[in-house]
Ligand binder design. Structure first.
Ligand code: FO1
Length: 325
């Protein structure tokens, strides 16, 4: 690795499954004390009397090497006896909480109920799980993503899990965003003079990254940044690697391409460089024409080596980018 990225601090902005994969690579490359991973909390919801933070969970389990590789969410070596028993009782079983995973939600909810902040609870859960990089919610304040669909408004997890992303999307709303304040670790990372790269993980731009950008003051603070912003496209060859990003783009009347991802972020001056897959190499010139630098590489992460390689490439790429605040 070259330049500041080898010594400076790195801020990663992440949603759930895809973001968690790159976070694992960054954690191996950057060094724990120099990495902060800020997670979307727009997906959070209250369910069965518990507070669930799906993106924090996905990132924590991935960094602790406890996530289920096939599902991408939840814990490996999981049991489902709680869900079976809940189903027998006629309870709500569309959102699957594994027996081990349940412990996280119970403990987090207990502490929230005692008045502790999500940031501190996350820090302690991370400590207990042996996670060294700083993992933080984007805010301690409640923000809830609402998906506006052709069949009405749906709370995010109802749209995503219960209704399996079937209703056509018309737009999004982040309830609570106007009064939400960035968490202390997020603010500290942004203000850190040693910050050398901001990495937008390959997460859904509309429902994973936008809630983070929509926090009051964040876009302006990013506009005055010194550190370059590099995003990894979550769209590869016209498909989302995971989740409904491509389907959402089509329903919103946007072409389902990495070029459109570049336009989406760069239109708000929130992008200096985009990492795209070899499959999308044909879009390189068009993305450069937007004033966005491009790195073409393998972005599909299957093995730990893929995650580490992509993380290294993102940081080297960022180190080579000039920014004009
Ligand atoms: N995703 C699903 O598709 N089905 C589930 O039943 C489900 C349960 C679940 C429980 C805890 C948790 O932390 C995440 C869970 N997820 C589930 C994943 C989650 O809903 C999404 O991946 C994210 O919200 C999108 O980033």
């Amino acid at each position: 690795m070259t330049g500041g990225a080898a010594t400076g601090r790195v801020l990663a902005l992440s949603g759930g499954v895809g973001g968690a994969k790159l976070a694992v690579g960054l954690a191996r490359v950057v060094g724990a004390e120099r990495l902060t991973v800020v997670c979307n909390t727009g997906d959070d919801f209250e369910h069965l009397g518990l507070h669930i933070s799906p993106d924090l969970d996905s990132v924590m389990y991935a960094l602790a090497d406890k996530s289920d590789a096939e599902r991408g969410w939840g814990r490996a070596d999981e049991g489902w006896r709680f869900m079976e028993a809940l189903g027998e009782l006629g309870g709500e079983d569309w959102f699957r909480l594994g027996d081990r995973d349940l412990a996280t939600h119970v403990e987090r909810s207990r502490r929230l109920g005692m008045g502790e902040a999500l940031t501190e609870i996350t820090e302690e859960l991370c400590r207990a799980l042996g996670i060294l990089p700083r993992v933080a919610p984007m805010t301690n304040d409640p923000v809830r993503t609402v998906v506006v669909t052709e069949s009405g408004e749906l709370a995010f997890q109802h749209y995503f899990v219960r209704d399996r992303c079937v209703p056509a999307v018309r737009g999004f709303r982040f309830d609570g965003i106007a009064t939400a304040r960035p968490s202390a670790p997020f603010s500290e990372a942004l203000d850190d003079p040693a910050l050398t790269a901001i990495i937008i993980c390959p997460s859904n731009p509309f429902v994973s990254v936008d809630p983070i950008f929509a926090l009051p003051g964040i876009e302006q603070r990013l506009g005055g940044r010194r550190a370059p912003i590099v995003a990894v496209s979550p769209i590869v060859g016209g498909q989302a690697l995971k989740g409904p990003a491509a389907k959402m783009m089509a329903e919103l009347g946007m072409p389902q391409t990495a070029l459109e991802v570049a336009r989406y972020y760069a239109g708000r001056r929130l992008l200096d460089g985009l990492v795209i897959d070899h499959l999308d190499a044909g879009l390189e010139t068009a993305i450069r024409d937007l004033g966005v630098a491009v790195l073409v590489t393998q972005t599909v992460m299957t093995s730990v080596e893929d995650k580490t390689t992509l993380a290294t490439e993102c940081l080297v790429f960022a180190a080579g980018l000039e920014t004009t605040p």
